[in-house]
Design a protein around this ligand. Structure first.
Ligand SMILES: Nc1ncnc2c1ncn2[C@@H]1O[C@H](COP(=O)(O)OP(=O)(O)O)[C@@H](O)[C@H]1O
Ligand SMILES: [Mg+2]
Length: 258
């Protein structure tokens, strides 16, 4: 059985063990369509490990002994293998491009490999340009893109071409990109997004955040109204900073924006 977007209603993480082999306090977390969930905790606590469990759809076969259910059931193993119907897309931490192709060549290749139409290439570039202040053209070489341009391009690529119902983001550097717009784009309509981050904008955009300590899920915090308010305030400051950076990059003078 293969899943497409409309068939994924929920993911459930069933608790396993922490680093000491003791049961983790949170025994079950159900994440439903359209939800953004954060993962927080100190370095080395096990955040990436939880992301990996979801990516692999762990079935008590990883060091944490966790189980991941899809729609409340044990998923069919075939969904782990077909790249065209891949359930999970992960926004990678190190976006080093291996081959030096143009933006257009790269996106066309990716679209083909996913069995998607070539017309999506233009859409990806348009969306990427909404997320970064430095415009990307189809003929640009991947290796010459700035950090902000590559992150915007990868984000739009995952949203449009990978288009998987579950999106995982592990502490991705997000300088030079409109964070809130990027996360909204990735979340799309009805996706499940799990994001490891300590960036206040991203963490507070999630509806809940799982707290990890010593390899185990110890708490789940629901984002309060007050936190949502803080989130939109920091986001405004963030976007303002980004526009000031663009003004300065263009060689213009910062006036009338203060
Ligand atoms: N529940 C667990 N049981 C055993 N080892 C774990 C568990 N959770 C995490 N680890 C181990 O702890 C180390 C740090 O975990 P990691 O997920 O990289 O932390 P973080 O992403 O929070 O910095 C890794 O070697 C990982 O394998
Ligand atoms: Mg990590």
């Amino acid at each position: 059985m293969v899943y497409d977007m409309s068939e994924i209603n929920s993911l459930t993480i069933l608790g396993g063990v922490n680093k000491d082999g003791a049961d983790e306090p949170i025994r079950s977390v159900e994440i439903t369509r359209g939800e953004i969930v954060g993962i927080v905790g100190p370095t080395g606590s096990g955040k990436s490990t939880l992301i990996d469990d979801i990516e692999q759809l762990a079935q008590k076969d990883t060091p944490t002994d966790r189980t991941i259910l899809v729609n409340g059931e044990i998923p069919d193993s075939s969904i782990r293998v077909d790249p065209r119907r891949k359930l999970v897309a992960q926004l990678s931490q190190n976006m080093h491009f291996l081959a030096d192709m143009t933006v257009e060549e790269f996106l066309s290749m990716h679209a083909r490999s996913r069995g998607k139409e070539a017309s999506l290439v233009t859409k990806v570039i348009e969306l990427a340009n909404d997320l970064t202040g430095e415009p990307i053209a189809p003929h640009y070489h991947l290796t010459a893109l700035s950090g902000g341009q590559s992150r915007s391009l990868m984000t739009a690529d995952i949203a449009v071409i990978s288009d998987s119902p579950v999106v995982l983001i592990d502490e991705v550097e997000n300088a030079g990109i409109k964070k809130q717009a990027a996360l909204r784009l990735l979340a799309g309509e009805g996706k499940i997004v799990v994001v490891v981050t300590h960036d206040p904008v991203l963490a507070l955009m999630s509806s809940r955040r799982i707290v990890i300590r010593n390899g185990g899920m110890i708490d789940i915090i629901t984002t309060s109204m007050q936190e949502q308010d803080v989130c939109s305030r920091i986001s405004d400051v963030d976007n303002w900073l980004m526009s000031l950076r663009e003004t300065i990059r263009r060689g213009d003078v910062v006036e009338g924006t203060v």
